[in-house]
Design a protein around this ligand. Structure first.
Ligand SMILES: Nc1ncnc2c1ncn2[C@@H]1O[C@H](COP(=O)(O)OP(=O)(O)OP(=O)(O)O)[C@@H](O)[C@H]1O
Length: 304
């Protein structure tokens, strides 16, 4: 079995056999930061990261190139470095060496607020803050009620908001009225958008919090979406719905899904297999199955 690690300036292909040369990346100086990121192209160059100087590297010499709009599934055993990859992308932990370039801009040169407000994340155990659902979905009051309702309907979480299905779901007409401040409606009665979220979102289940986070991601529509085992706490029907939403609502976005349940990422464009902080495989699911490496073995050992 050949090694699957990508090298600088190369990309994984055909299961690691015969790595293809890539054109060197170009730093775009023409794109205004306000429009960044436009494509969601992520290039990781020689990236290593450790949590403390006295600890081993949790990510080791990663070299990855994720195309704009690609749907990437990330798998690996516990401690492989999947979450560390998220921390690296969001600069929650700074690199020991190497760079991450998104759409031509080195993320270490961007303010943290700008960086993090350019990437949506649905974490494994999402935290909501105390306040209304509306405030949780739209903390900066940037969206109209109509836009928020549209996202809620897309994610089909009316029931979570204590709205009896079919009764309070706003029609187009009601939703447009909701844009006006002086029209009272179900949204001012402690249900719907004004449903109260208790501290840390403890009056919602983990799965419901994930769906609310996904709803927020649909609303914000940022160019990069990260899902961290977003389906770990939800039933298979909801899981299916989430996959459909991701395909339909984020078709023009780069989506990185970190999953233990392989069936949630089997239709990804490419799958990244992490092992001991390294990228050991990165290719299409079909190619990885064909070559019988780590991914194929994970599949074999997975009960569906
Ligand atoms: N906060 C931390 N401080 C020190 N070491 C950490 C920390 N978080 C993770 N690590 C270490 O970094 C390595 C990679 O961990 P990481 O959480 O990224 O793996 P993972 O693939 O996400 O695992 P899991 O599937 O269990 O969530 C592991 O060796 C882990 O012990």
């Amino acid at each position: 079995m050949p090694a699957f690690e990508a090298k600088m300036g190369t990309k994984f292909c055909k299961c690691g056999y015969g790595l293809e040369q890539e054109a060197p990346h170009e730093i775009s100086s023409t794109l205004p930061l306000s429009q960044w990121p436009k494509e969601g192209k992520i290039e990781i160059h020689n990236y290593s990261m450790q949590y403390r100087p006295d600890l081993d590297m949790s990510l080791k010499e990663l070299n990855l190139h994720i195309g704009g709009h690609e749907k990437i599934g990330v798998v690996g055993r516990t401690g492989a470095g999947k979450s560390s990859l998220i921390y690296a992308l969001l600069r929650i932990v700074e690199p020991a060496s190497g760079t991450i370039i998104i759409d031509g801009i080195d993320t270490s040169t961007i303010g943290l607020h700008k960086l993090r407000s350019s990437i949506s994340i649905v974490p494994q155990d999402p935290t909501l803050f105390e306040g209304t659902v509306r405030k949780n979905l739209d903390p900066e009051s940037k969206y109209t009620d109509k836009q928020i309702w549209k996202a809620i309907q897309t994610v089909q979480i009316e029931d979570i908001l204590s709205i009896p299905t079919g009764k309070y779901t706003p029609t187009k007409d009601i939703a447009s009225k909701a844009d006006s401040d002086d029209i009272p409606g179900p949204w001012v009665t402690g249900i719907g958008l004004d449903k109260w979220v208790e501290t840390d979102g403890r009056n919602f289940s983990v799965g419901q919090r994930q769906l609310l986070c996904l709803c927020r991601a649909v609303l914000w529509h940022r160019r990069i979406l990260i899902l961290d085992e977003a389906t770990a706490n939800i039933d298979s029907k909801t899981d299916q719905l989430m996959q459909t939403i991701i395909r339909s609502e984020f078709s023009d976005c780069t989506v990185i899904t970190i999953a233990h349940r392989l069936n949630t990422i089997m239709d990804s464009d490419r799958i990244l297999v992490m092992d001991h902080g390294k990228a050991v495989e990165f290719d299409t699911p079909e190619a990885l199955v064909k070559c019988g490496g780590h991914y194929a073995k994970l599949l074999e050992s997975t009960q569906f």
